[in-house]
Design a protein around this ligand. Structure first.
Ligand SMILES: NC(=O)c1ccc[n+]([C@@H]2O[C@H](COP(=O)([O-])OP(=O)(O)OC[C@H]3O[C@@H](n4cnc5c(N)ncnc54)[C@H](OP(=O)(O)O)[C@@H]3O)[C@@H](O)[C@H]2O)c1
Length: 331
């Protein structure tokens, strides 16, 4: 079968022929129709991720059809599925255990004609979505769902700020928050992406490259009850200033750097919480999928590349040119 293989530090993205795995007890083989990229895959190809292992087939997100099943997986035969890439979460809903892992490192991932997974991580593909839209869902959507609902306790009428809305996670955060009845504001490094966010229901947006982005946001929105910022970097220092009393700031990454030195006073005086989060539980995946189906949410697919052009897809992500998810069409 053909696969996108992380071959070595020098050759991190190679499309090559590898042997097709076969399912053992509790496992199934999914014939992948489409696989989506996440920033995680990009970090791995850059050598900037813990536990890198060569060779590994990349990819956490995929949609496809179950073509072979080991003992206990027969009920899934022939079914159209998506895969929860959040594996071995563990016993505490609040945090993942020490055996937690994400599909696509260390286990072989979805950027291949077939992937081997435990049947417990299969979910029915939403029927209103095509293969590429369905493949866009799992990792980013699960992370966005936990960030907004479990961590920030989003409720109708909240004012929400999403920093860097062009991200794969950013478009899901926007869609979730709008569907839940929040008033959503966004930032982006591109005016075109700000316009596209407005088409998806954002009230307004500002370019984070402008000197006065924080004042402009305050002028537009007053203040925010929830901020999701997984860019971080130096600009994060201004975030507490645009928060309302009792605000929750949630983050799950740091695309633009680390948390800088920040003024502590607004944090304690406004009783602001800064909350870290990562991926989510099986229950959250189920709830997220129910939300997709209930609200007929269609993920934002930026561009679809053939498997053979995986390298170009990764380059686009590296340049942050996308709005939403970059997807590989596999079969
Ligand atoms: N812990 C977890 O479970 C988890 C899960 C998912 C993602 N993550 C992390 O979360 C981050 C986003 O992931 P992703 O896959 O959605 O990434 P992505 O699709 O590659 O998007 C990255 C986006 O970051 C924004 N950005 C870059 N520099 C910025 C800056 N200086 N200020 C504000 N925004 C900036 C850009 O938004 P514009 O294009 O709008 O300018 C860009 O599109 C990554 O760091 C990733 O590793 C973590």
């Amino acid at each position: 079968m053909k696969a996108v293989v992380l071959e070595s530090a020098e050759n991190p993205i190679i499309v090559k022929e590898v042997s097709k795995p076969s399912p053992g007890a509790g496992e199934v083989l999914v014939q992948i129709k489409a696989a989506a990229l996440n920033r995680r895959d990009f970090w791995i190809t850059q050598g900037k991720y813990a536990g890198i292992k060569y060779p590994t087939i990349l990819g956490a997100d995929g949609s496809g059809i179950v073509t072979e099943a080991g003992e206990g997986g027969a009920d899934w035969m022939g079914k159209e599925v998506i895969i929860n890439p959040s594996h071995n979460w563990g016993e505490h809903a609040e945090f993942q255990g020490k055996d937690f892992k994400i599909l696509g490192l260390p286990d072989d991932g979805t950027m291949a004609e077939y992937v081997l997974v435990k049947a417990e991580y299969l979910y029915p593909k939403p029927t209103h979505l095509d293969w590429e839209q369905a493949a866009a869902i799992p990792l980013a959507s699960l992370t966005a769902y936990r960030a907004l609902f479990t961590k920030a306790h989003l409720k109708k009428g909240d004012k929400v700020l999403i920093v860097g809305v062009g991200a794969g996670t950013g478009t899901f955060l926007l869609q979730w928050a709008v569907a839940a009845g929040a008033q959503v504001f966004v930032t982006s490094g591109s005016g075109d992406k700000l316009d596209r966010a407005k088409q998806l229901g954002a009230s307004a947006g500002v370019n984070y490259k402008a000197q006065d982005w924080a004042q402009e946001l305050k002028h537009l929105a007053g203040g925010f009850d929830i901020v999701v910022d997984s860019a971080l970097g130096p600009d994060f220092a201004k975030i507490p200033d645009v928060c309302n009393p009792g605000a929750r700031i949630v983050f799950f990454g740091g695309t633009a750097g680390n948390i800088p030195e920040i003024n502590a006073r607004p944090l304690f005086w406004k009783q602001i919480q800064i909350l870290g989060t990562t991926m989510g539980t099986q229950e959250e995946f189920k709830a997220m999928l129910a939300f997709v189906n209930e609200h007929n949410i269609v993920p934002v697919v930026d561009e679809i590349y053939p498997l053979a052009d995986a390298k170009a897809a990764f380059e686009k992500m590296g340049a942050s040119k996308q709005f939403g998810k970059i997807v590989l069409k596999i079969s």
